[in-house]
Design a protein around this ligand. Sequence first.
Ligand code: C2E
Ligand code: MG
Ligand code: MG
Ligand code: MG
Length: 291
Amino acid sequence: HTAKQQRCGFSHFAAGHAPDTAARLTLLGDLRRALDADEITLYYQPKIDTRSGALAGVEALARWQHPSKGPISPAQFIPVLEATSLIHRFTDQALTLALRQTSAWLDAGYRIPVAVNISTRSLLDSAFPDRIAALLHRTGVPGDLLCIEVTEHAMMSDPDTATTVLHRIRELGVRSSIDDYGTGYSSMAYLKALPVDELKIDQSFVKDMTRDHSNLALVRSAIDLGHNLGLTVVAEGVEDAATLAALHAIGCDLAQGYHLARPMSPAALTGTLHGQPARSADTTPVSGTDV
Ligand code: C2E
Ligand code: MG
Ligand code: MG
Ligand code: MG
């Protein structure tokens, strides 16, 4: 079995396949080392205003370039981290990197709100709001430049604790967003009570909304629901011009997706701010000058 695993190598962690126990243990050891070596970096994907085309903010997305296995998707390694308390160290590192980058952009004259994905376990940790406060203080970034993205699923795993934590985070001026909306099971009562600012419609509904009428109907009703609750609505996974036009027509505030920009290194993103064309940098190794 072990020999087979070694032969399979990277394919073990291919998207859609949860690594088995032995592979998870190996991965966990590698992750522990990667966290010590600052091997995990953040790429940034723009969120764009559908009306003006202006940059409304960026989402930080974790990237791990494994020394021998190559790039490993966050969809693979975040769940492995989440099974242990290492997730807290990772969350701290991700927030620190994102806030340092935000601070560097501020120094360069760019005020760019940054969104960081927060896993269930970190969100529900009672020390989490104090950690955010400490990191904001240390980096000097105003709270309103930070947004935390929490999946609908994570919010609904313990809605009462989530609500308490989100209220404390809001006191810091930090914004919050319901990620992957439509894939969880939020009740209307909880949605109404959650102190959030943004709703992100999951890409599975957005991707083919111009071809699939039921998806279009779902996106439309999510936009209406979000607006009726006073939230900014974001569509993720916008892959073509027709989808962007449709989203604009039905009043979606922000859009994110490969059609607009890929996740990119801080240097590549800064390049787009100077009016240079956005490069697809998702597969380019991060340069040593970042952060
Ligand atoms: P997410 O937060 O829903 O992020 C959106 C994912 O969709 C990202 O994948 C992004 O690269 C991808 N994407 C963006 N535009 C398009 C598009 O037009 N088409 C398609 N097909 N995909 C698009 P990524 O970077 O692989 O991240 C996957 C998930 O991993 C994220 O989903 C998030 O749940 C999690 N994740 C990423 N970074 C972090 C992190 O720092 N902390 C935590 N806790 N989770 C993270
Ligand atoms: Mg997200
Ligand atoms: Mg999402
Ligand atoms: Mg997602």
